[in-house]
Design a protein around this ligand. Structure first.
Ligand SMILES: *Cc1c(COP(=O)(O)O)cnc(C)c1O
Length: 424
């Protein structure tokens, strides 16, 4: 695509956009009586317009049928979570039984590490990306301590080369290989929250397996953003949150992936609860646990129907959009357009005033661009906010902007470019 820095060009791309009608399926916050330009879906996606109606269905069922709501009505709560896994499993390239919807992300990270971080003898180390999202760092360090190890020794963090912002795949693979005798688990994010780097998940998984280690991924910034093939890549486990690119509301319900190859492993340890018990016999309440088939055996507690209703409102939109392929196609164009406009500002000033630290190659990133401001970063960010552009600010000088293909347009990206240019 040869981009142009003109309103006519942006408008033309919007007209040709097969997803152009999807913006109307979201509720967009207002600023001075106008829709904001919301570029913060990497933190909290927008509310689907039908979210309230879906929640109302649950409230009405509870009001009218109370306990019977688990078993009757259009959407019985008993297996509500199972009915939602289809769209998700397609989105994540998983088989239906490999995906389950439950808890929140950090909780699931812990539950999955209970099963898949099994340190023994010399093999007790976890490799993670340096500067991982803090919750992941805390989860990993506390798991390591729980098993009696010292995080300083047992956690291997990988950082980019000096002067670089992104990890090179070759360096990740080399490090895995170098530590092949001591690695128990390689736990990476799919997309790094700070730089927006999309990691080469299949290559990392393969290298982890060659080192006889488990490969797990935190897909918080990847789910609903970039295509993923968890099953075919042979990923052992993964988890994600639904409130970023999946738009299922603040603290929305998370999910977990467990690869089929682990279903019949009786040596796997797992924390269990009644919601993971096979559904057909759950209410006989036998004293010995007999798990549901697949990832659903990791369920613990009664599913939160209201969170599932919010999740459904959003997943229905993904379904209607035709899954991730059309979203990804637009996303690459949209983020590429923002990159083009920002680079244009730099060129005009003959200086990297806005240095994009996200990968340059579109296949190595998702929606997000992370921008290091050479000067007046906070003032630039405030200028965006005052003009109704919602991004996110990271001290001391980084602005993250994430055009989302479901609800952002090329015109909005064009307008953002104008405001950034005017902020200098
Ligand atoms: C957003 C995010 C989280 C947040 O975890 P919660 O348990 O949902 O609060 C954790 N890890 C990563 C990588 C994230 O991007």
């Amino acid at each position: 695509m040869i981009y142009q820095n003109t309103l006519a060009f942006a408008t033309r791309l919007d007209e040709q956009d097969p997803l152009k009608d999807f913006q109307s399926k979201f509720l967009i916050p207002q600023h001075n009586g106008k829709d904001v330009i919301y570029l913060c879906g990497n933190s909290l996606g927008l509310q689907p317009a039908n979210a309230r109606a879906e929640v109302d269905k649950i409230l009405n069922g509870w009001q009218e049928r109370a306990i019977e709501g688990f078993f009757t009505g259009d959407e019985p709560w008993l297996d509500f979570h199972k009915r939602l896994t289809r769209t998700l499993s397609v989105m994540l390239g998983a088989e239906k039984e490999e995906v389950t919807i439950m808890n929140s992300l950090t909780v699931n990270l812990h539950l999955l590490m209970v099963s898949f971080y099994k340190p023994a003898g010399k093999r007790y180390k976890i490799m993670i990306e340096g500067g991982a999202f803090p919750s992941d760092q805390y989860a990993v360090a506390s798991q390591v301590r729980f098993h009696g190890y010292d995080p300083k020794d047992a956690i291997i963090e990988l950082f980019p080369r000096v002067g670089e912002f992104n990890l090179r795949t070759e360096d990740i693979l080399k490090k895995i290989n170098e530590n092949r005798d001591e690695l128990a688990l390689v736990l990476f994010s799919g997309v790094n929250y700070y730089t927006g780097q999309l990691f080469d998940m299949p290559a990392i998984t393969k290298a982890a397996h060659e080192a006889d280690a488990i490969a797990g991924f935190d897909l918080a910034h990847a789910a609903g953003n970039v295509p993923v093939q968890l099953h075919d890549w042979g990923v052992d486990f993964a988890t994600w949150c639904s409130y970023k690119y999946i738009n299922s509301g603040p603290g929305g319900i998370s999910g977990a992936f467990v690869h089929k190859k682990h279903f019949d492993n009786t040596e796997l340890s797992r924390f269990e609860g009644w919601w993971g018990f096979r559904e057909d016999k759950r209410f006989l309440m036998p004293s010995v646990f007999e798990g549901e088939k697949g990832a659903a055996a990791w369920q613990l507690s009664t599913s939160p129907a209201i969170l599932l209703a919010l999740h459904k409102a959003s997943l229905d939109i993904f379904e209607e959009a035709g899954g991730l392929a059309p979203l990804r196609a637009k996303s690459e164009l949209l983020t590429g357009y923002l990159e083009f406009l920002i680079n244009g500002i730099n060129e005009k000033h003959g200086d990297e005033l806005f240095k994009i630290i996200s990968p340059k190659n579109k296949s190595d990133r998702g929606c997000q661009l992370s921008i290091v401001c050479k000067q007046n970063g906070k003032a630039t960010f405030d200028k965006l906010t005052e003009n109704g552009v919602i991004g996110d600010w990271r001290e001391p000088n980084v602005i993250r902007l994430s055009p989302a293909p479901l609800y952002n347009s090329f015109k909005q990206v064009f307008d953002t470019g104008l405001i950034l240019a005017a902020s200098i």
